[in-house]
Design a binder for this molecule. Structure first.
Ligand code: NAG
Ligand code: NAG
Length: 421
């Protein structure tokens, strides 16, 4: 394996500079990203962090592309809010996961309260999608075409779409999106489909539903709104990602990741548990080649949606309310760094049996041989005598080796994390 100058430079970076997206790309992923929203961009410190492509390679507009904003009354289209985010990402050189076209929520009442025939509602969906997807044509890496169509028990959620059209509204929407921007990756996006169970099984069924109808679906978006201490385990997460791929999509992604505390304030032990929960999600994505990336549902607790939706809960993000990195940030960063190091040096890695689509990577990593896109099964800790470069070597709750292989030194980053540097 070759270590390119760009990669050698990356590997030489101290952890403070070895940022999330750059590490995710070096580990073979397309991006690590964050959602954002219009009002937050007025905070200049926030704007600087979200615009840093070493940290975030992808942005998802939190609200501005939803139906209530883009077609508030029939035939009147407005893209002001969505454009602000998409233009920012474009100026920064970041990908955009465009979000979302057909959803029962944040749907203007002219749609939800209308009395429609099947032909009328079909036309309303097609017109909405044709207009919005055409407006953003070429700017969206992907579209969340249909969002949250399922109930927790795996039955279809009641909405004006389902009531009038049954499940037909789903392939109708995917067909319209494909017609308007053939290059955009088209996703079904939902929550509580990240682990095995009735809702996951039903989401697999949606892939089949769309394909049987002759429409295109490229990906499944797993929102991943989890709770500290009761997040799914890594093995279940990995198996579920693989199940979607086996069912016929070419990619999967964690699209709205956050892991919240149900009681506040959070404790030191809680932050450590949160870091472990983030670790499981990160490792699951690394273990599946078709997992193209992870988007966190805003990077800072300051602008998280959680407190306003779940009273008394919060603390769900990688950065705290003062934009300081939490232990979970350090853990995610170190896992990505270990994967990047393994990918580059041929450390403890297992080559994936069936090589699939090679995704274009960002400029800094295009020089990596395509054969280095591998599944990481273990972190690069070659011997029990000490940690490899970037390995964890200490911190509250750490039970592994506390020494490092030469020439690295175990360096304390914070109470929760020491690293071989
Ligand atoms: C941005 O948010 C940070 C963190 O809460 C705060 O300290 C800072 O004053 C804010 N800046 C502006 C310009 O509002
Ligand atoms: C953020 O800063 C404020 C003001 O210094 C402080 O009161 C608060 O505890 C800080 N929050 C966290 C999570 O450290």
């Amino acid at each position: 394996m070759r270590i390119t100058p760009a990669l050698a430079g990356l590997l030489a970076l101290p952890i403070a500079l070895a940022q999330l997206n750059k590490l995710a790309e070096a580990a073979g992923k397309l991006y690590l990203g964050s959602a954002t929203d219009n009002s937050e961009l007025s905070n200049s410190s926030y704007l600087a962090i979200i615009s840093d492509t070493d940290e975030f390679g992808e942005i998802t507009p939190g609200n501005g592309q939803k139906w209530q904003y883009t077609e508030p009354s029939q035939g009147t289209f407005s893209y002001t809010s969505g454009d602000q985010i998409v233009d920012l990402a474009e100026a920064n050189g970041q990908l955009v996961r465009c979000h979302t076209l057909v959803w029962h929520s944040q749907l203007p009442s002219w749609v939800s309260s209308g009395s429609w025939t099947t032909a009328q509602l079909t036309s309303i969906i097609q017109t909405h999608i044709a207009n919005e997807v055409s407006h953003y044509k070429g700017q969206c890496y992907s579209w969340d075409v249909v969002n949250e169509a399922l109930n927790e028990d795996g039955t279809y959620r009641t909405s004006v779409f389902y009531t009038v059209l049954g499940t037909d509204y789903i392939p109708i929407a995917f067909e319209a999106a494909a017609a308007a921007d053939p290059a955009a990756k088209l996703y079904y996006n939902d929550y509580n489909i990240e682990y095995s169970g009735a809702k996951h099984t039903a989401a697999v069924g949606i892939i089949d539903l769309i394909q049987t109808a002759g429409a295109k679906i490229d990906g499944v978006g797993l929102q991943a709104h989890f709770i500290v201490g009761s997040s799914p385990g890594q093995a279940d997460l990995t198996n579920v990602l693989k199940a979607y791929v086996a069912a016929g999509v070419s990619e999967v992604a964690y699209t709205e990741l956050d892991i919240r505390f149900t009681t506040l304030p959070y404790t030191a032990a809680g932050l450590q548990q949160q870091a472990s929960d983030y670790a499981a999600v990160t490792k699951a994505c690394l273990a599946v080649n078709e997992c193209v990336g992870i988007t966190i549902w805003d990077f800072t607790d300051k602008y998280s949606w959680i407190p306003s939706t779940f009273a008394g809960q919060g603390g769900a993000c990688l950065y705290d309310e003062n934009f300081s990195k939490k232990p979970a940030w350090t853990t995610v960063s170190s896992i990505l760094a270990a994967a990047a190091t393994s990918t580059a040096t041929g450390g403890t890695i297992t080559t994936k049996a069936s090589t699939t689509t090679i995704i274009a990577t960002a400029a800094t990593t295009t020089t990596l041989a395509t054969s280095t896109r591998t599944s990481i099964t273990t972190a690069a800790t070659p011997t029990s005598t000490g940690g490899a470069h970037y390995a964890q070597c200490g911190g509250i709750g750490w039970a592994g080796p506390t020494t490092c292989l030469s020439p690295y030194t175990c360096t304390k980053q914070n109470d929760y994390y020491s690293q071989c540097l």
